[in-house]
Design a binder for this molecule. Structure first.
Ligand code: GDG
Length: 734
């Protein structure tokens, strides 16, 4: 079934010009629009029936109405934020805080609180406009750092909406992100998690994001999915690419051919270096010039025999940091040309203006070296465009290892943009490279860019978006609503013999940082007493805790206690019975030693020692570190216990080792073998409770309840222990 695609970006991909009172518009030629075009005219044609683009048009509302857009391929949804707010959102929060910080320029960041307020308000304006357009079944594709909170805002209004978010710039390490005020951090991260799929350029940015979410929001995740509320959010790397065919075919295009000839004549016998960037301090233009001067000093034979064509496209020049950089660059070029050049030779040919497409491609095709030296760059499309253009398999790419593209383009000459000597040396190596080596490197990079072009990029993104939606449906959390509750109470009322299997921590009481302090409050004790007082009600607390603690806290009640996941049982104040043989715990000493090593390596983790099991708890440790250690410990224990009659359990912030054949499921089965029940209520929050849910899965009399949002073998979810208590209250009230 075809769907509607709503693309959302800060600006609409339109250039609007006023000529003699008439407004004319043409589609812009930026990286995003050509990426989207390539996909929508390729595989996307089959998937999306209608394309709507939402963004700020760059003209006032009255002027917008006068523009004729009937010929356009898109239906445009213009967003008109308040002008002053837009300025603070765009030049302020987006480009004077997020942009510098995410590109590792923390000293350039401006933390003006009014920028943040404006950022949120403009995002709300986007949300409002989109809300009036969105229909069931639509797919929303949000782009970039200007709109990080938007997905969360839309999710509140449209819980089932399909939302993808793609970040075009790097996601920085947690150490940098955390310098942002906490409230702002949360607004952005929680907003991003409103999406179903969050895409980044590289796996490094994915790792940074996961750690940041971990540290800031304390969520559960594996390497790919974050459990957020009742949804799974997928996070993945989708290295953006370009329309390979467009650049490849342009090489032979007649318009490009004549320009190539022109540039070739201009170049004559000289070598040519080319670079093109938007004006931006992240692009390393200044460093590039220093390195070029160093090259001319170290390899003087190139003086008079080389030309560096440097094109800078005007961008954000109303922001001080940008205009300052522009001034420095202008001065540097002036000095370099006057100090090194002469009447017949200028080392740098400099243009501060946009190139049209044919000029751009002709320069890619004519140069000997493309010199791309960003200090940080999310991906860098120029490098890929250069490669796609070089149908002749000639030319050398010198690329900064700080660009996302460096992770893919391993056959480029990779440089550190802060190392002028290294860049100078690489320029010399590049200029002297044999045609054979140029061809070998070009072939391999062209193959890569052709294979993972922008169409593949988008197909991959939307494929994953479909998959995560399917996964969410599969694991849809089934909240125990009023209707199900009424049915349950009815069944309880008409039953004869009833069983209650209740986990303790996280089910009857909230999870506590210090387990020894989670003793039952008086209301809970009274509730359990009332429940067990009803004739023919058998109440069991089924816990992983040791028998001593359970006995101390709950031993005076007329209920059954099951300790250490079923290793020990005690009925209504009687004696503890061992289900495990006491001689079978000789393994504990060695396992404790292994665990001690992890306590040492993860501050604030600790070992809980029980009669038949040992548990390493890491709930109070640094989540990022401890999650990694937990993975390692789990692997080490599984390997160590391979030939032993032991189980290694991965619980909620705990790794536990215990004798095989002991788990809550077997304990449940023993109770069911002994007595026949026609009403069972079983509640638990942890992985170890899943064993009970599995045993009860086909039992017609059983209601199973997972406490929390996570998917489970249980039939229903209740979000908190408070709701479990309230359910038990209703049962007691009849
Ligand atoms: C952001 C991220 C990420 C440039 N000058 C002219 C011109 N361009 C075109 C290039 C290329 C695009 O603009 C620039 O893309 P980059 O990727 O190099 O850089 P950003 O603009 O900073 O883009 C970046 C990108 O988003 C995509 O996710 O790769 O890391 O910062 O397509 O060709 N095009 C024409 N004339 C010019 O003078 N025609």
């Amino acid at each position: 079934m075809q769907k509607r695609l709503l693309i959302v970006s800060n600006r609409l991909p339109l250039t609007i010009e006023k000529k003699e009172n008439e407004y004319q518009s043409r589609q812009s030629s930026g990286g995003l629009i050509s990426a989207v075009e390539a996909y929508l005219n390729g595989d996307g044609k089959e998937v999306f029936s209608e394309r709507i683009w939402a963004g700020v048009p760059g003209v006032a509302e009255q002027e917008w109405d006068k523009i004729d857009l009937t010929q356009s391929d898109y239906h445009y949804l213009p967003v008109f934020p308040n002008e002053e707010e837009y300025e603070q959102y765009y030049n302020g929060f987006s480009n004077s805080l997020l942009w510098p910080l995410f590109h590792y320029f923390p000293s350039f960041a401006d933390y003006d609180p009014s920028f943040f307020e404006a950022y949120i308000n403009v995002n709300k304006t986007f949300c409002r406009e989109l809300s009036s357009e969105i229909r069931a079944g639509d797919v929303i594709w949000i782009h970039d750092y200007h709109l990080l909170p938007l997905a969360g805002m839309l999710r509140e209004k449209f819980p089932d909406l399909t939302i993808g978010l793609f970040l075009h710039i790097p996601f920085p390490s947690y150490e940098l992100f955390r310098v942002i005020p906490k409230r702002w951090q949360k607004a952005m991260l929680e907003g991003m998690l409103g999406a179903d799929l969050i895409g980044f350029h590289t796996s490094e940015y994915v790792a940074h994001f996961l750690k940041t979410v971990d540290m800031t929001l304390k969520t559960a995740h594996d390497d790919q999915y974050i459990q957020w509320g009742n949804r799974q959010v997928q996070v993945d790397a989708f290295p953006i690419s370009i329309n390979f065919d467009l650049f490849n075919d342009a090489f032979d295009h007649p318009g490009v051919g004549s320009l190539r000839q022109k540039y070739q004549q201009m170049k004559d016998r000289k070598k040519m270096i080319f670079s093109v960037d938007r004006l931006d301090y992240t692009k390393g233009i200044y460093n590039r010039l220093i390195a070029y001067e160093r090259f001319l000093q170290q390899y003087p034979e190139y003086k008079g025999n080389i030309v560096f064509v440097l094109v800078i496209v005007p961008s954000r020049d109303t922001i001080t940091k940008y205009s300052e950089k522009k001034k420095l660059i202008d001065e540097y070029i002036g000095n370099l040309n006057s100090s090194m050049g002469n009447i017949s030779w200028q080392p740098v040919i400099y243009q501060y203006d946009h190139l049209d497409f044919n000029e751009l491609v002709a320069l890619y095709a004519t140069c000997d070296v493309a010199l791309i030296t960003p200090l940080r760059d999310g991906m860098n499309l120029v490098s890929k465009e250069f490669i796609a253009t070089r149908k002749d398999e000639k030319g050398v790419l010198i690329l900064s290892e700080m660009a996302g593209a460096a992770a893919e383009l391993k056959d480029a000459l990779l440089i550190n943009p802060n190392d002028a000597d290294e860049i100078a040396e690489m320029i010399a190596i590049g200029l002297g490279m044999s045609e054979d080596e140029q061809r070998t490197r070009m072939q391999s990079m062209r193959h890569l860019v052709q294979k993972y072009d922008v169409n593949t990029w988008a197909v991959d993104f939307f494929g994953q978006l479909d998959q995560v939606k399917a996964l969410q449906l599969k694991f849809e959390v089934k909240f125990l609503d009023n209707f199900a509750r009424a049915v349950m109470l009815g069944d309880y009322g008409s039953s004869y013999r009833r069983l209650f299997l209740l986990d303790y921590d996280g089910t009857l009481v909230n999870f506590s940082k210090d387990p020894s302090k989670a003793s039952p409050p008086l209301e809970l004790l009274q509730l359990l007493e009332r429940l067990s007082d009803v004739p023919n009600n058998d109440v069991y607390i089924v816990s992983g805790r040791d028998s001593g603690t359970l006995g101390k806290w709950l031993g005076h009640l007329p209920i059954g206690l099951i300790a250490e996941h079923g290793a020990k049982t005690r009925m209504n104040g009687g004696k503890w019975m061992n289900e495990a043989l006491s001689e079978s715990v000789s393994w504990k000493e060695k396992i404790e030693k292994i665990m001690e090593h992890y306590v040492f390596r993860s501050p604030n983790s600790f070992i809980e020692k029980k009669d038949f099991s040992l548990a390493w708890h890491y709930r109070n440790a640094d989540p990022f570190l401890a999650n990694r250690r937990a993975k390692d410990l789990h692997e080490e224990l599984v390997e160590y216990t391979l030939q032993m009659p032991l189980d290694v359990l991965n619980g909620h912030k705990v790794i536990e080792v215990r004798n095989k054949g002991i788990n809550k499921g077997l304990a449940t089965a023993r109770i069911l073998d002994a007595t026949e029940y026609d009403f069972i209520l079983c509640a638990g929050d942890d992985q170890t409770d899943e064993d009970m849910f599995k045993v009860l899965a086909r039992n017609q009399a059983a209601y199973t309840v997972k406490v929390g949002h996570q998917p489970s073998f249980a039939e229903y979810n209740l979000y908190t222990p408070f709701l479990v208590s309230s359910l038990l209250e209703s049962i007691c009230d009849g």
